[in-house]
Write a new protein. Structure first.
Length: 375
């Protein structure tokens, strides 16, 4: 009975469009202790939610009473478009591959909820089962590892031998006991390409990531300014970063996915910085409806775009950046100051000085003071 049910669940998951599916028992695995050590080092940065519900993250039975199995499902979001490391156009922005299309939370949740209904109808139970996609207190990669989907690489991404790390994962936690898969073998070996290629040295040691240095954190989860020491290393990354995945040998010839929802929306593969810099709130909301990029909000995206413009050193952006000096968002004004300085600081010295005559947020004024010291 267990084997037949397990096989039928997997078949249903594949029919729903998942690329990989594996099943693991619930439990308190060693990785939950590693997670505690990671928190103790402060590597979650300003993501305070990571330290909440620690007992639930440690054991999903504290999240779903009576839980016995975790069904981990993954979708391949890779496409046949080039990697960031092969294009590197400083006059265009780079958006992380997973965010080119629709928000994966919606896509995966819809499929997992269908799987949940199927399991309930075919098992006679599962009333308390729960679905999660990157929003609950679940150590998702840990369960994916023990379900056999892949191993956790030195860049902390989940890696599958066939697909590589282009995986979006979610899980169905069920009170039903199923047949379990064998955990995936670790296959990174002596390779350190991801560590060596990180522009901000965010991978402090194999399998350990300091979020406060990670470009993905800095351009998405971070709600404050991008620290000055990381602005130049951020390059033209305006929403997330793919570098540690792009250089991974397991992604060298990885297959592409079939989910059309993850194909690039028009203009989001290597987007024009000028176009994005000119977005007002209404245009931002319309362009990024049901997109992961909405998470950064307009002010966060423009902050990132201005850093990319500054790194381009291209004075053709001058008029747009000057206009953003008067933006209603202090976060945008602050990074517009830096972008002008990077384009040609000496040329705009008088403009910076005149900004002291206008009421500004303290952080904006501090940015102006620092820039004037450098020109």
């Amino acid at each position: 009975m267990q084997r037949d049910l397990t096989n039928s669940i997997k078949e249903k998951a594949y029919n729903l469009g998942f690329s990989l599916v594996g099943i693991s028992p619930v439990g308190d695995y060693p990785e939950s202790q590693h997670y505690k050590k990671w928190l103790n080092k402060g590597y979650e940065a300003s993501m305070d939610y990571m330290s909440k519900n620690e007992e639930k993250r440690q054991d999903v039975r504290n999240l779903v009473p009576g839980a016995r199995s975790v069904i981990s499902c993954a979708i391949n979001y890779n496409t046949n478009y080039p990697y960031s490391t092969s294009v590197q156009n400083p006059k265009k922005g780079w958006i992380a591959r997973y965010a080119w299309g629709d928000d994966y939370h919606f896509v995966l949740k819809e499929k997992l909820n269908e799987l949940k209904v199927y399991l309930s109808e075919n098992s006679g139970g599962g009333e308390d089962d729960r679905v999660y996609v990157d929003t609950g207190p679940v150590l998702e990669r840990m369960y994916a590892k023990y379900s056999g989907i892949g191993w956790i690489g030195k860049n902390t991404c989940l890696i599958n031998q066939e697909i590589g790390s282009w995986l979006l994962i979610g899980e169905l936690i069920t009170t039903i006991e199923l047949e379990y898969d064998t955990q995936a073998a670790e296959r990174c070996g002596t390779c350190t390409k991801c560590i060596d290629s990180c522009p901000t040295d965010a991978i402090t040691s194999p399998y350990v990531l300091d979020s406060s240095k990670c470009i993905s954190f800095l351009t998405i989860e971070n709600k404050a300014g991008i620290p000055r020491e990381y602005r130049e290393p951020t390059g033209n990354n305006i929403f997330g970063c793919d570098i540690c995945q792009d250089v991974c040998p397991w992604n060298g010839e990885s297959e592409t996915g079939t989910e059309k929802a993850f194909l690039p929306r028009e203009g989001l593969f290597e987007p024009e910085l000028k176009t994005l810099a000119g977005l007002d709130q209404q245009q931002f909301s319309q362009l990024f409806k049901n997109s992961p990029i909405k998470r950064s909000k307009r002010r966060g995206l423009l902050r990132n775009v201005l850093v990319a413009i500054g790194n381009s050193g291209d004075d053709s952006y001058e008029n747009q950046v000057l206009e953003l000096l008067g933006d209603e968002e202090p976060l945008v004004r602050k990074h517009a100051v830096w972008a002008l300085y990077k384009i040609n600081g000496v040329k705009y010295t008088d403009i910076f000085k005149n900004m002291f005559n206008v009421e500004h947020d303290e952080e904006v004024l501090e940015e102006i003071k620092l820039v004037l010291k450098m020109v």
